[in-house]
Design a protein around this ligand. Structure first.
Ligand code: ATR
Length: 285
């Protein structure tokens, strides 16, 4: 008799996580005898919760806010990608009981752009500079992902410039120039850009609007928002209106989930329209 394969997501709060629906869709589709549950875990309970994974037959878990940094000290190994991003989102338990951590957000961001703007990505956005708005955890993942595919010039625009400057360190040994730009100067940062990615929370449901003037952005620049609630953010609507190619944020969530599912359940799952519809059906509008 084979044991039920268990996985899930730990966060605080975690009730709004779309991951149970996402992984649940794949479990059903591939007819896998497994479970994926949401576990509300407060910050001071994280260490115990991770210990329990080892004892309760888990294959691993996803981690979401606020555990992505703290978990790095509670596992046996952290891979290079996660170390550079400074956060982990996927834990994988091996048969020998060791717990490995990785971060799949950079992969998720890049694969989402590849799926919707494949030519532009293959041409590294025509060799032009790319602009990242924000300097938080999501910006770190975007920076790592874009530097790794060979983008040569990255402009990080952030309200707190010092945070943008600190990010440059992450890719200092790679063949990429990183420029930190103030929020005030954002319009100038768009000149000649081949890609604009919003990694801030602005424009998200319940947050302030993202106040941008896209006049200086070339019309062929790809525009990607990692915010997916709402799916059509103000940024994407404005970009679409001036005919920029746009990539919404839902795909990043879908693609980042893939590596965990493969490691826990042994199937490399497909990101397709069925999955997208299943997740969209429960996503806040
Ligand atoms: P995450 O780790 O999810 O990326 P975060 O670390 O809270 O989240 O980062 C949020 C990003 O949105 C930051 O870049 C933040 O700018 P600061 O570094 O200056 O805080 C940006 N942000 C949030 N509110 C903003 C606002 N009103 N105007 C401009 N940027 C804002």
């Amino acid at each position: 008799m084979s044991a039920l394969l268990r996985a899930g997501v730990m966060g605080w709060p975690v009730t709004h996580s779309l991951s149970p629906v996402l992984h649940g869709h794949w479990l059903k589709r591939y007819e896998i005898a497994g479970t994926y549950e949401a576990f509300p875990v407060q910050p001071d309970e994280l260490s115990d919760a991770i210990d329990r994974l080892r004892n309760e037959g888990f294959r691993g878990v996803n981690l979401t806010v606020p555990h992505k940094e703290a978990a790095m000290d509670l596992v046996d190994s952290v891979d290079d990608n996660a170390r550079r991003i400074g956060a982990v989102n996927t834990l994988i338990l091996s048969d020998d009981g060791t717990l490995a951590a990785t971060n799949t957000d950079a992969y998720g961001l890049i694969e989402n752009i590849r799926a919707h703007a494949p030519e532009q990505l293959a041409e590294k956005f025509r060799g032009r500079p790319v602009v990242i708005l924000g300097a938080g955890g999501a910006a770190r993942a975007a920076l790592v992902g874009l530097a790794d595919i060979g983008v040569r010039e990255i402009r990080i625009v952030n309200r707190t410039v010092a945070r943008a400057e600190a990010l440059a360190e992450i890719v200092s040994d790679q063949n990429v120039t990183v420029e930190a730009i103030s929020w005030r100067a954002r319009t100038e940062a768009f000149v000649d850009a081949g890609l604009l990615v919003n990694t801030t929370t602005l424009g998200m449901q319940g947050q302030a609007a993202l106040d941008l003037d896209l006049t200086t952005l070339p019309k062929d620049a790809v525009v990607n928002d990692i915010v997916y609630a709402p799916l059509e953010t103000g940024l994407l609507a404005a970009a679409r209106l001036r005919k920029n190619p746009v990539v919404d944020g839902l795909g990043m969530l879908l693609y980042q989930a893939r590596a965990g599912f493969r490691a826990w359940f042994g199937v490399d799952p497909e990101v397709d329209d069925d999955l997208r519809s299943a997740v969209l059906a429960v996503s806040p509008k």
